[in-house]
Design a protein around this ligand. Sequence first.
Ligand code: ZN
Length: 137
Amino acid sequence: MQKIVHRDGKSVRLNTENDERLYAGHLNTGPRQSRWIDFHAHRLKSAGKLNARCCKCGEDNLKPYGEDMQCGTCAQVQAKDNPRPEDYVFYLAHYSCWQGENTYIQEITLDEAREFAAENYEEIDYHLGLLDESKFE
Ligand SMILES: [Zn+2]
């Protein structure tokens, strides 16, 4: 399923085949076998490669540092896998097998994506930096 949306004046093509799926709502039993939601993240081209930017200063200047990466600009050491949710468009793909119901893509805001990730914390495969686990009480 594909859809064109607009972000900061640019056209963005969402594509459930290529975009990362963070949550798969389909189950083989119960109500979720005929109607379910998948949660996707589309990485913006303008964001560049994953792990290219420093989580502190945002500069594209990361170098290997043991198991981690270090920023050549501000010296921040960070994990290799350091996606910024701002670099993605998040959306829900609604599926239904019921007659008369459509399957469709619903673009959601960053705040809504954070809420969805929090609500479905246990089932989410990978939250792409949406939740800051270091701040959990
Ligand atoms: Zn930096």
